[in-house]
Design a protein around this ligand. Structure first.
Ligand code: SF4
Length: 361
């Protein structure tokens, strides 16, 4: 495991009642549980990041993710009544997941790397539990989040010195790259904080140029409504016709803006990426056209226990239709025609009809 960010760096201004021993015990536990980086930030309102979030919401760039707007106030301040009023620290932990040997997805579709294994929420929550228990046993309150609480994990990771937010809006951990899962623990314990990490993108704009749907309106400003990851995972209903071609062969998520990032050239080799995320046989023998005819039970068998559940049966079938159309899979024409006429979802019927028309040129 790489050395902890916090252990290596000089601290920001000391907290009067910081508990260095507690921090050392948390770090040891985190290492034992497979976290590659840990950092700590002082729990306080996020002024700059909160303003950025406000602008993003006001511009409507969150699309249909209404929960982002509903939880804005809590996200902006970990001491908010909806989070932990007595919060003193935010502990951020990072675990890498990229594996060069992972399958890409049901042919001819591609699945974002983070979703190729088991549901990371469950895996990471299990790993965090001994740490929150340690904090509680020491008399402190602690709330753990793996994308499960309204916490701006990336902003806290930057403040805690774990990494920096790149122009592609991903958290980049020098030495590990951006293919990392983040977890955060908001706690009432006063733990020695780390120094924030400065932005290191420099003049590079590779990620902004690579995005096929031109989803970045500016560095660190993503219009989610154009982002392939949002469209194929979070978005419900039909995908706008002018974006369907650009979705390409992405069945679930997208890695393009991360794949071009120079910081991922030095990402850990497969052996170092955390084995518990190792993909199983989920994609073996499954082709994208099978997703068009899955009933609820078959879909559950395929997507259950994995992030692929998120778009639901309708979303995955919609995405599969677009992938088949974009991939020029003429062998899929009969399946697509049948879906265009008979699928129980009008969203899937519409996507399949689009794919048929595209395949027929
Ligand atoms: S590709 Fe370049 S600009 Fe984009 S996040 Fe990576 S270093 Fe920053």
């Amino acid at each position: 495991m790489a050395s902890s960010a916090g252990a290596m760096k000089p601290c920001a201004s000391p907290m009067p009642t910081a508990e260095p021993e507690l921090r050392a015990r948390i770090e040891a536990l985190a290492r034992d549980k497979g976290f590659a980086r840990i950092g700590v930030a002082r729990a306080e309102p996020l002024s700059e990041d909160a303003a950025r979030l406000r602008r993003w919401l006001a511009a409507g760039h969150h699309g249909t993710m209404a929960y982002m707007a509903r939880t804005e106030a809590v996200r902006a301040d970990p001491t908010h009544a909806g989070m932990l009023p007595e919060a003193r620290s935010v502990v951020v932990l990072a675990a890498p997941y990229a594996r060069a040997d992972a399958p890409t997805g049901p042919e001819p579709g591609r699945v974002a790397r983070y979703a190729q294994g088991r549901d990371y929420h469950n895996v990471l929550h299990r790993r965090l539990r001994p740490i929150t228990r340690l904090l509680r046993d020491a008399g402190h309150a602690a709330r753990a989040s793996v994308d499960t609480l309204p916490v701006l994990e990336r902003a806290w990771a930057q403040r805690a010195g774990v990494g920096f937010i790149g122009k592609n809006c991903c958290l980049i951990v020098p030495g590990l790259g951006s293919h990392v899962f983040l977890s955060a623990i908001v706690t009432s314990a006063a733990i020695e904080p780390d120094a924030p990490m400065p932005q290191r993108c420099g003049d590079c704009t590779l990620c902004l140029e690579r995005c096929p749907t031109r989803a970045f309106v500016a560095p660190r400003e993503l219009d989610a409504r154009r982002c392939i990851a949002y469209l194929t995972i979070e978005h419900r209903g039909p995908i706008e016709p002018e974006l369907r071609q650009d979705v390409g062969d992405w069945l679930f998520g997208c890695d393009l803006c991360q794949d071009v990032c120079p910081f991922n050239r030095t990402a850990p080799p497969p052996g170092e990426a955390t084995a518990p995320y190792a993909p199983g046989t989920r994609f073996d023998g499954v082709e994208a056209d099978a997703l068009l005819s899955m009933d609820e039970d078959a879909h559950h068998d395929f997507a259950g226990g994995s992030p692929l559940r998120r778009p639901g049966r309708e979303g995955l079938a919609r995405n599969a239709a677009l992938v088949l159309g974009n991939a020029g899979e003429r062998r899929a024409l009969p399946v697509l025609r049948r879906a265009a006429e008979e699928h129980d979802s009008d969203v899937v019927r519409d996507a399949a009809a689009w794919a048929v028309a595209r395949l027929k040129g």
